[in-house]
Ligand binder design. Structure first.
Ligand code: AMP
Length: 196
């Protein structure tokens, strides 16, 4: 369970954990505002719920600032359903780009482009509209909350490249290193704000 944070005035950089310890860097802020839930959504998975991080005004600002530094130069941000939408929208606004919502299967009206993938806990598919958005030649950064096995980002990558986009980077808030997502996605550059 994350620690409660108490912040100093906006812009002071002073961030103090409720327990008294200093948590001055971004990884510690993310850790402090992550809710860890055992055996969700299935037995054996430790779910990292970043809802408290995104609901915290300084947490969201810190994450958005850091990702903006990593994604500069993109002309479109692609956020993965559903928590990637939150980061993607904030990031696109900060960078002055548009945001493309990469939806889970069955949410978009036809025609759609579809890619199947495996999750840490099951199978699924991702979709984008097959018309109405020009992706050919666009420089796109994919964003999501958590990188686990990399299957989701890999499917998003295939989907975008299949539409002619050039995916330059994948950027996530939290990387579960032992699950090997970074290696699976190579040579696509992957940036994460916290690794565990
Ligand atoms: P993967 O395709 O295995 O990299 O899984 C990443 C996607 O599933 C992201 O969209 C995450 O939101 C979600 N996810 C997978 N594992 C976890 C986890 N342990 N905690 C939170 N979200 C997860």
């Amino acid at each position: 369970m994350g620690r409660r944070l108490e912040y100093g005035p906006m812009g002071s950089g002073a961030v103090t954990a409720a327990g008294g310890g200093s948590v001055s860097d971004l990884a510690d802020i993310i850790a402090s505002l992550t809710r860890e839930v055992a055996d969700f959504p299935t037995a054996g998975v430790e779910f990292k719920d970043l809802t408290p991080l995104f609901a915290d005004r300084r947490g969201l600002a810190a994450v958005t600032d850091a990702l903006a530094g990593l994604a500069s130069g993109a002309d479109l941000i692609a956020g993965i359903d559903a928590r990637g939408f939150l980061i993607g929208g904030a990031l696109a606004t900060r960078l002055g780009t548009g945001v493309l919502a990469i939806r889970k299967g069955g949410k978009l009206p036809p025609p759609v482009r579809t890619e199947q993938y495996q999750l840490e806990y099951g199978a699924a598919c991702l979709e984008i509209p097959a018309e109405g958005i020009e992706l050919a030649g666009r420089s796109v950064v994919i964003v999501d909350d958590v990188l686990a096995t990399g299957g989701t980002v890999s499917a998003a990558h295939r989907l975008l490249e299949g539409a002619g986009a050039r995916v330059t980077t994948a950027a996530v808030v939290l990387e579960l290193v032992a699950l090997g997502g970074r290696e699976r996605l190579a040579p696509l550059p992957v940036h994460s704000l916290r690794r565990i």
